[in-house]
Design a protein around this ligand. Structure first.
Ligand SMILES: [Mg+2]
Length: 439
């Protein structure tokens, strides 16, 4: 018998604001950060790793929220956790006092998601499988047992979910082979940060196309003339066959979004991401109706499965982003993927930041194998930042994520990276800017 002996947390921040990497209309100077979790066991070589992603200030608040879950985790029998990941998640989410801080939204829910994801990492490591395969090889009954269907049954019942998952079983082995052979499509946001010059955007767009990406994404929403110029330049640079998406990062009110998108009408947008408040379901629906057929999306800040349910019920989106570190862990993302499959909504997972690519690739791949059965009409975001800090970094080749082989969720960071970038005491925060950047 093995026990969980510690839930260690670390405030890890990278000084990305020094180069305007990650700059967009709402987040002009992010320092990509991780409230990093290590769920230790009494076996020195066996632990679960995960993180909550933030963009700098507040990462200490996020870490404190994870620390507040200590009493639900430390001392538990490892087998009790990994054999009932649904029950584990429900106990964390159901804490009758902490629940007041949500419920199921914001800092506390992200903390819960990080701890749940660490438990999935531990379970997959003990099974010797990457998380995508660990999920894909669960039976439909096991998978449904991890999901909390509370507040969902007007849109999706456990019985319907079971029927969908059983229908996907016959093709699973074929799709695993296909995934291992082909990888999973990626798209890139690297050219599109708002802080970049036109020349840098064009150079990076050309490099993205020659690296095999079929879709690029540009940040918009600061200045309409700049956006029209940058989108037209990007279209001229990549030609008519490469898809161009734009991301407004919640910049607009509903009428502003509609008029702004009419100015961009000539660019043939693959989708418009986060045009307005992530909580405004009817606003998204209104924008979508007004600018049809331009596809509308949101999701990276959508707090939970209940919000996704309403987006689908209101026909408010053409596609969605999921985020591995925003909602209540793997369990809630499985619910969201099932809902998306039922409503026929394509999923383009949100990634970038630090560790989000590493985590979310597993969810998209599990979705392809065990849930939707689709990957060629969708893609996972890819940003080529900060992967060197991970023990099992993503591999993107010819515009596709290669399916990870190592056991776990790919979120374990190198010890030396954690030590170097711990905030505020890590040496990277006490060096001249150019030295910290170079590493
Ligand atoms: Mg986005």
């Amino acid at each position: 018998m093995s026990r969980i002996t510690a839930l260690d947390t670390y405030d890890v921040r990278f000084p990305t604001s020094r180069e305007l990497d990650g700059s967009d209309a709402m987040n002009p100077d992010p320092d990509y950060s991780a409230a990093y979790v290590v769920m230790r066991t009494d076996q020195p070589d066996m632990a679960g790793y995960a993180l909550a992603f933030t963009i700098g200030r507040g990462n200490d608040v996020q870490k404190a929220a994870i620390d507040a879950l200590h009493h639900h985790v430390v001392g538990l029998d490892v087998d009790d956790v990994i054999d009932d990941l649904g029950g584990f998640a429900r106990r964390l989410i159901g804490d009758s006092q902490l629940r007041w801080l949500g419920p199921e939204k914001g800092v506390m829910h992200m903390a819960i998601g990080a701890v749940i994801n660490a438990a999935w990492d531990l379970a997959a490591r003990m099974a010797g499988k990457p998380v995508w395969r660990f999920i894909a090889e669960m039976t439909p009954e096991q998978l449904v047992a991890t999901i909390d269907f509370r507040y969902l049954t007007d849109a999706l019942t456990p019985g319907e979910a079971l029927t969908m998952l059983h229908a996907a079983v016959p093709g699973k082995l074929r799709r695993i082979s296909q995934l291992l052979a082909e990888g999973y499509p990626a798209y890139t946001t690297s050219p599109g940060w708002l802080g970049y010059s036109d020349e840098k955007m064009q150079r990076l767009a050309r490099e993205a196309v020659s690296a095999g990406f079929r879709t690029i994404k540009l940040k918009v929403g600061m200045n309409i003339e700049d956006d029209v110029r940058r989108c037209r330049l990007a279209r001229k640079t990549v030609g008519p066959d490469i898809a161009i998406a734009v991301d407004a990062n919640q910049r607009w009110d509903v009428p502003d979004a509609i008029s702004w998108l009419r100015h961009l009408a000539g660019v043939q947008l693959a989708w418009v991401e986060e045009p307005t408040s992530p909580d405004d379901i009817l606003g998204h629906a209104a924008i979508r109706r007004a600018v049809t057929p331009v596809p509308i999306s949101t999701g990276e800040h959508t707090h939970n499965r209940v919000m996704f349910k309403q987006l689908f019920q209101a026909n408010a989106v053409d596609l969605v982003q999921i985020d591995a570190a925003r909602v209540g862990g793997v369990n809630e993302n499985l619910a969201i993927l099932l809902l998306a499959a039922k409503y026929g909504v394509r999923v383009f997972p949100h990634a970038g930041g630090v560790g989000l690519c590493e985590l979310v690739q597993h969810l998209a791949m599990a979705d392809f194998v065990a849930i939707s059965g689709k990957k060629d009409d969708r893609a996972i975001e890819f940003v080529d930042h900060l992967h060197q800090h991970f023990v099992d970094p993503v591999i993107v080749s010819n515009g596709c994520y290669i399916a990870p082989d190592a056991p776990g969720f790919s979120a374990q960071m190198h010890t030396h990276s954690v030590e170097r970038y711990r905030y505020p005491e890590g040496p990277a925060w006490h060096e001249p800017a150019d030295m910290a950047r170079a590493s």
